[in-house]
Design a protein. Structure first.
Length: 102
């Protein structure tokens, strides 16, 4: 089963508005990704829901300017989130090394 799917029902809005379904994900990814994507100037709306606690999935909605595809914004957001996580790990490991050397 794929980890990412796209919900149908966006025929009128074109490729700029989509709802993506992430399997085996929840608030941890949803909130962090939403925080990053909401800051993009070409995004009109970004939000997520976890439809039911018994289902291990998250619905992630992006509505953007008509000139931008939602899938491209999602990809950019995931890449930016990865960079933030890498920076956090590097900063943490540097602090640990500094503390152990003191």
């Amino acid at each position: 089963m794929p980890k990412l799917a796209e919900l149908s029902g966006d025929e009128n809005s074109g490729e700029s508005s989509r709802t993506f379904v992430f399997e085996d994900e929840g608030h941890t990814l949803g909130n962090a990704l939403k925080s990053i994507i909401c800051k993009y100037p070409d995004v009109n709306f970004c939000g997520y829901t976890v439809p039911h606690p018994a289902e291990n999935k998250m619905h992630f909605r992006i509505q953007a300017a008509r000139t931008v595809r939602a899938i491209d914004i999602l990809r950019r957001g995931l890449e930016d989130l990865e960079r933030v996580c890498d920076h956090t790990i590097d900063t943490f490991e540097a602090a640990i090394a500094l503390h152990q050397g003191a």
